[in-house]
Design a protein around this ligand. Structure first.
Ligand code: PEP
Ligand code: MN
Length: 488
């Protein structure tokens, strides 16, 4: 099959009549991840109460970094079948390989979706398409992380070639290399192109993964209504702040119902979303410009020691020429780019000749700190038998250093370090009885380093409040250690 065959392909509708909604977008809702039977059933019960008929929950979670919660796996599938039985919902989960498909089908999962990270891999898609052969269950295909229509529709073609007719697409936003307030950038224009190429394929919007934070959901949902999306996939958790994945973007079932109830189609919401993204992009340009001015300052020093003039005519002409080609590549009018360059270059010469001063405004590499202080844990660390039996109270203090510019600018916690996750890790480690505070501290520092790749250094102090020393009346005995995590 070729891309052009999509024009005449007729997809089947995904849902049985009783589950289809007319006029409003079809809604799929449920937690990012199935975490426990109780969490799955409580979320489903509340969603059922609000009339949700299609339930999602991730069983296998494709995480960017190793060492994070990767889903409960097969044991969560019966929780979903229980949801179907109890609430007559159709149940769906994400599949990333043939094994997932086989297990999902064996447990009677009603629909599957393919995640953004998987769509980009033709081998994985081929394997999934073949494993799904003959099953006739709906398959929703998320867009790949990078804005490649080819990869996305290529994956769709593989599914169709393997015999799937109940196929739909999910727009979950793209990683376009610049960070705006949203976690992933929606590309509305690209979606209208896809609609033209594949007119019979339903397109769903996944506002949760575009937003990254629930505050942005109202505008995204209004935009979805305005742009006539066929469906919505939204993450909803009975207790979002306790969620093991994507806590900031999940809504409680009540919040979700209220939001959908009050949202109206709005072009203004789309305009505001685009404006927010333009503002962030402008700020990024400014940030880069400030960085460039710093480089001018440095280059001035090197030129001075080499006894070179600030203006190197040949170099300047060469850059102007190179920019012509770049302009073409990026479809930017060549004269616009050359005018911009001349302005920037003049400013740079003024800095280099000392007419203008430039001070360090480079924010992007600076270090930021999270401090967790005075954490108390009851635990069984110690060398003596009674310490292992009776236990002791420990105080833990941790200071974490990392570059937080991205999370500060974007408001997207995924780009920083979530202190709730840090606390969880500390809690887990403090529960493991360890004879020496030194080994305990070492283990904690090791785990922090692997769980949070952004960390550049961390200091941990653990204090045993009632050490086994006869008639001790001090505040405790502490051990402190610092780890510097090497960065490439
Ligand atoms: C998800 O739906 O939970 C998920 C992992 O989404 P995406 O593949 O869009 O990141
Ligand atoms: Mn998620």
């Amino acid at each position: 099959m070729k891309m052009s065959d999509l024009l005449h392909f007729t997809a089947k509708s995904l849902w049985p009549e009783a589950y289809a909604t007319d006029n409003t977008p079809q809604l799929i809702a449920g937690p990012c991840s199935a975490e426990s039977r109780e969490q799955v059933l409580a979320t489903a019960e509340a969603l059922d109460h609000h009339g949700v008929k299609l339930f999602r929950a991730g069983i296998w979670k494709p995480r960017t970094y190793p060492g994070q919660f990767e889903g409960v796996g097969e044991k969560g599938l019966p929780w979903l079948t229980e949801v179907r039985k109890k609430y007559r919902m159709l149940i769906g989960t994400e599949v990333g390989n043939a094994k997932h498909v086989e297990l999902a089908l064996r447990h009677g999962i009603d629909f599957v979706w393919i995640g953004a990270r998987t769509t980009a891999s033709p081998f994985a898609i081929q394997e999934i398409a073949e494993a799904l052969k003959g099953s006739d269950i709906p398959i929703l295909l998320k867009n790949p992380l990078s804005p490649s229509v080819g990869l996305w529709l290529g994956a769709l073609l593989r599914l169709i070639e393997a015999g799937s007719k109940k196929v739909a697409l999910i727009h979950r936003g793209f990683d376009i290399g610049t960070h705006t307030a949203l976690r992933n950038t929606p590309l509305w224009e690209l979606i209208s192109e896809v609609r033209q190429v594949a007119p019979s394929i339903s397109i769903y919007l996944d506002p949760s993964h575009i937003a990254g934070h629930k505050n942005y959901l109202p505008k995204l949902i209004q935009t979805a209504y305005h742009l006539h999306y066929d469906g919505l996939m939204l993450e909803s958790h009975i207790a979002p702040n306790k969620a093991l994945t994507d806590p900031a973007q999940q809504l409680t079932p009540d919040e979700l119902a209220k939001l959908l109830h009050t949202a109206t189609p709005s072009e203004v919401a789309q305009l505001e979303l685009l404006r927010d993204q333009l503002t962030t992009t402008d700020n990024q340009l400014i940030d880069r410009f400030a960085h460039r001015r710093l480089l001018s300052q440095e280059i001035a020093k090197v030129k001075q020691s080499l006894r070179l003039q600030p203006l190197q005519e040949e170099q300047y002409q060469l850059r102007l020429q190179q920019l012509q080609a770049t302009a073409e590549e990026y479809h930017i009018p060549a004269d616009l780019l050359s005018q911009l360059y001349q302005l920037v270059h003049r400013d740079s010469l003024e800095i280099q000749s000392g007419e203008k001063k430039c001070t360090n405004t480079n924010f992007s590499t600076s270090q930021h700190t999270i401090t967790l202080s005075g954490l108390r844990f009851f635990a069984y660390h110690g060398l003596l038998p009674h310490e292992k039996r009776i236990g002791n109270t420990f105080e833990l203090n941790a200071t974490l250093h990392f570059p937080a510019t991205e999370v500060m600018k974007s408001g997207n916690l995924e780009k920083g370090i979530n202190y709730a996750e840090v606390y969880q890790l500390l809690q887990q480690e403090m529960r493991i009885p360890t004879e020496l505070l030194e080994t305990l501290t070492y283990r904690i520092l090791q785990r922090l380093g692997s769980a949070f790749p952004l960390l550049t250094s961390a200091t941990v102090t653990i204090t045993k409040l009632a050490p086994p020393i006869p008639s001790f009346d001090g505040e405790g005995v502490s051990f402190t250690a610092t780890a510097n995590y090497k960065k490439e």
